[in-house]
Design a protein around this ligand. Sequence first.
Ligand SMILES: [Zn+2]
Length: 106
Amino acid sequence: MNRSTKKPSKRCTCGNQKRDHESCPNCSRYKMVFLLRDPNSPYKVRDPKGNLVNPVFWSFLKEDKKPLEAIKKNMLERARKRPIFNHCNKIGLYDRMGNQLEMITV
Ligand SMILES: [Zn+2]
């Protein structure tokens, strides 16, 4: 598919993400934080300040209007395909404002 033919994202208002089928750390509606069992896990990632932190997923912008349960299901399905899923024991689900909605035990 030719990227230049796609319309710019209407749902990302910060300008970080041009495409609605992607996610944006500022504009996505939900966020999942994968709490890795091993504090020295190689799956930790660096935050902008350079600290090692647990990996995070943001929901896709195009799914913003779906019910929370549907978005959660899709995010978990995406996560299951990744090695981090087998290395975490809990997944925190948060809204855009950082409020914790749920702590999922894996
Ligand atoms: Zn954005």
